[in-house]
Write a protein that binds this ligand. Structure first.
Ligand SMILES: Nc1ncnc2c1ncn2[C@@H]1O[C@H](COP(=O)(O)OP(=O)(O)OP(=O)(O)O)[C@@H](O)[C@H]1O
Ligand SMILES: [Mg+2]
Length: 300
């Protein structure tokens, strides 16, 4: 009985989140970080789809948008709130936590200030939700590094081109042989090393191809071949990607995702392309091997 009371003890609740009760074994929310130093690869779009997929199966999801300049994910969530209130739609809304750059002048002090605030926020969220989804900017910044180093899973969407691949590895233009790791892989390697030393966590790095075209079969095959060779050497695993589809651009202003289209509240017509896109999202979610998702596959 005493043991039971200890297990369900309410943890300190600095933000007044009532009713949050987690047993010690449940305390650690999984941290998912979307990252790629290449801009426009689909980080924010993928982040939003993962967030809504998790919310739809009843998971508590907190979001930190570390792209403090563009704030695309923040906007996406704000659009969703707006759509919900305008159309009285039954949309799930994640717990979005604002995070701003430090206003301290000296770089080293600013970096330390950002680190402290980020860690405090994470410490709080680890007790109050099941998943923390972090979106990072398409550049190497202090905040991006903090997000990557805190992750249990890093998801890197990658456009299907050698320009994008160049940030992962240097490739010989004649033979397509791998010459060595590039900047972003080195940054992940560094995050992994620090994380393993600090708390023995092994970060799962998942690469997914995005905007796959049905037309450019030769390029697709070449990129695929290089990625297959690169995966064991660089330490990532591949997840099924998303095809190029106009729908992703259309959904942003409404704050909707592929998973919301079939709901009549949202006044959208489900097409075969949407069904196929949902299947791609479902495949991605299952490949991530996130805890508690095994039995929920049918819900996506
Ligand atoms: N599979 C896809 N098919 C078509 N368009 C897509 C797809 N994925 C993303 N897009 C579009 O590509 C653009 C860039 O996507 P997104 O903002 O998600 O990328 P990002 O990596 O977050 O960019 P940044 O580095 O600037 O933050 C957006 O207009 C988005 O709607
Ligand atoms: Mg973005």
């Amino acid at each position: 009985m005493e043991m039971e009371q200890v297990k369900t003890k309410k943890f300190s609740d600095p933000k007044g989140l009532e009713g949050v009760t987690k047993s010690p074994s449940e305390r650690c929310a999984k941290v998912i970080c979307l990252g790629n130093e290449k801009g426009g690869s689909g980080k924010s779009t993928t982040a939003m789809h993962i967030i809504v997929a998790l919310l739809k199966i009843g998971k508590r999801v907190s979001v930190i948008d570390l792209d403090t300049r563009q704030k695309s994910l923040t906007r996406y969530i704000e659009n969703r709130r707006e759509w919900k209130s305008r159309h009285d739609a039954g949309l799930e809304i994640p717990d979005l936590r604002p995070f701003e750059l430090s206003d301290l002048d000296r770089r080293s002090e600013a970096a330390l200030d950002e680190k402290r605030r980020f860690e405090t926020l994470l410490d709080e969220l680890r007790y109050t939700c099941d998943f923390i989804v972090i979106d990072s900017p398409g550049a190497d910044t202090n905040l991006s590094r903090l997000g990557h180093a805190a992750a249990d899973v890093i998801i890197t969407p990658l456009n299907d081109s050698f320009v994008d691949l160049d940030l992962i590895a240097r490739i010989d233009p004649d033979t397509f042989e791998i010459l060595g790791p590039s900047l972003y892989s080195e940054m992940i390697w560094d995050s992994r090393k620090r994380r393993a030393l600090a708390d023995r966590v092994s970060i799962d790095w998942v690469l997914m191809r995005n905007r796959l075209s049905s037309l450019d079969a030769k390029n697709k095959r070449r990129v695929n071949d290089v990625l297959d060779k690169l995966a064991p050497r660089t330490g990532f695993r591949m997840a099924p990607g998303f095809s190029e589809r106009v729908i992703y651009r259309e959904l942003f202003p409404m704050g909707l995702t592929l998973l919301d289209i079939s709901d009549p509240d949202n006044k959208m017509q489900m097409t075969m392309s949407h069904v196929a896109a949902r299947q791609e999202l479902r495949d991605l979610m299952l490949t991530l091997n996130l805890p508690g998702l095994e039995l929920a596959a049918a819900a996506f």
